[in-house]
Design a binder for this molecule. Structure first.
Ligand code: GDP
Ligand code: ZN
Length: 458
């Protein structure tokens, strides 16, 4: 494929020490040579070399910027096209001036994500890899970063391809059966069909199982802290946010007006809802009333219910238990440094089989156990370390669910003794849907839409 030459500043805007201008396309070196003055011309240097020199305004030969220019010849480049990367170390003004010169000499300003889009269109990466570049940019925790990295390396693609091969073999079998009915492979075909369909179904299921964790990694686990006034919600929030180096929020003026906050608890990104309510001295339950708390709770994927060890359970406590009944929940018994007044038997009964963690937040005690419980609750066991192929993208999840349904339909059809060509329709559909995950058979406009979500210069 051939495209025009594009350029953009690919480092974050601002006061960074170095800014890089990326230029990609057939004319990249040609444009570079119009502006670059160094020992050799860029079209004469070796590929994958870095070259010291200056960028000048070709009309006046005035030096604009002292630079290092990387020359990267196709196809071993990010976009599979000829590329140069101009490393500038001046401030934003001179970087912009260099970019303007590059554009004046014939490059076009890249759209957001266009470099990655080219890598995709030139066949260097598939769609799921391209999307993972976007996830990398947005990764909110190390774990999320690892997932994005492994997706970028093509792990998800490999798995999908394997499943598609199974389906293709199945289709081939059915094809034989349709074309040569006298061959009488009907019996065998049905068995093989069923076997293959099961393999694919299991494969899709395994991928979908990771989806929940994947979603958490991408979007954060929406979490709400509830509890009566004075039980220690602000203290808990501070412990989580500042890793115990908390600011005491009950001091007037330290209240921050935020609705949500992110904290990274052992790789689980918590998205703390309504922290403004907790940070204010009036507490969320009092301020909003039980009915509204119920609403906040219903939006949360994790509820941290804080109780006071040093007080008897009140009707408010019981109400909070009730409104958070259906949620994933951790019960936190705080102020264990003070004498026991709470009815622990009753608490255990209300908590059922959910985690109960004892804390003394003034002494920083119990926070480790709480963090461990959060991790266990959402990253139980095997998947976490060995299997980094989390499906974390809602487009992928939707496609996988549809593919799963198509395979289910195929299996039902087989069981009902439907003719094989009916089964084949479902199998082919599953094959197409899986293909869409990795970008085979994807509609153009979908591609445009996906890539427009990227940062500029990526
Ligand atoms: P909130 O109203 O639920 O947000 O509770 P705060 O976090 O503002 O805490 C209320 C009061 O209880 C503050 O004076 C805290 O210092 C105190 N407090 C918090 N945790 C503990 C604890 O574990 N032990 C004791 N003794 N006091 C605590
Ligand atoms: Zn508070």
């Amino acid at each position: 494929m051939e495209f025009d030459t594009i350029a953009a500043i690919s480092t974050p805007m601002g006061e960074g020490a170095i800014a890089i201008i990326r230029v990609s396309g057939n004319d990249a070196l040609h444009i570079g040579d119009k502006l670059y003055r160094g020992k050799k011309r860029l079209c004469e240097v070796e590929t994958h070399s870095i070259n010291y020199g200056h960028i000048v305004d070709p009309e006046t030969e005035e030096r604009v910027e002292e630079v290092m220019v990387s020359v990267l010849l196709a196809p071993r480049t990010f976009t599979k096209e000829n590329m140069i990367e101009i490393n500038c170390h001046g401030g934003i003004v001179s970087v912009n001036r260099v970019l303007q010169l590059v554009l004046k000499e014939g490059a076009r300003l890249a759209e957001p994500g266009e470099f990655t889009k080219r890598a995709f269109l030139n066949g260097r990466i598939d769609l799921s890899q391209a999307e993972s570049v976007m996830d990398l940019i947005r990764a909110k925790s190390d774990r999320a970063l690892n997932v994005a990295m492994s997706q970028l390396e093509g792990k998800l693609s490999k798995r999908i391809q394997k499943l598609r091969r199974e389906l293709l073999e199945t289709v081939a079998h059915v094809e034989v059966n349709i074309d040569y009915p006298e061959y009488d492979a009907e019996e065998i075909t049905v068995n093989i069909l069923m076997e293959k369909a099961e393999i694919v179904q299991n494969g899709i299921n395994r991928l979908l199982q990771t989806a929940e964790q994947g979603k958490i990694l991408r979007e954060g686990l929406s979490t709400v802290i509830i509890g009566r006034p004075n039980v220690g919600k602000s203290s808990l929030l501070n412990s989580l946010v500042h890793d115990n180096k908390a600011i005491v929020t009950d001091i007037p003026g330290t209240t921050r007006d935020v609705i949500e906050e992110y904290v990274n608890v052992r790789g689980v990104p918590l998205r703390l809802l309504d922290t403004a309510g907790i940070r204010e001295t009036e507490d969320i339950v009092e301020k909003l009333g039980v009915e509204k708390s119920r609403k906040v709770v219903s939006k949360a994927e994790l509820v941290l219910l804080v109780l006071n060890y040093n007080e008897e359970l009140t009707t408010s406590d019981e109400e909070l238990f009730e409104i958070s009944q259906g949620s994933d929940r951790i019960i936190i018994i705080n102020k264990t440094d003070l004498p026991e007044k709470i009815d622990m038997k009753r608490v255990k009964m209300l908590a059922g089989n959910q985690f109960i963690i004892s804390t003394s937040l003034v002494n920083d005690e119990g926070v480790d156990e709480l963090e461990e419980a959060i991790k266990q609750l959402f990253f139980s066991g095997e998947i976490e370390s060995e299997d980094l192929t989390y499906v974390s993208n809602s487009r992928h999840i939707a496609l996988l669910n549809q593919a799963k349904k198509a395979v289910d339909d195929a299996m039902n059809a087989i069981n009902e003794g439907m003719p094989v060509d009916m089964v084949q329709i479902d199998i082919t559909r599953a094959w197409e849907l899986l293909g869409e995950v990795i970008g085979d058979s994807v509609h153009e406009s979908l591609i445009d839409q996906l890539f427009s979500q990227f940062c500029l210069g990526k």
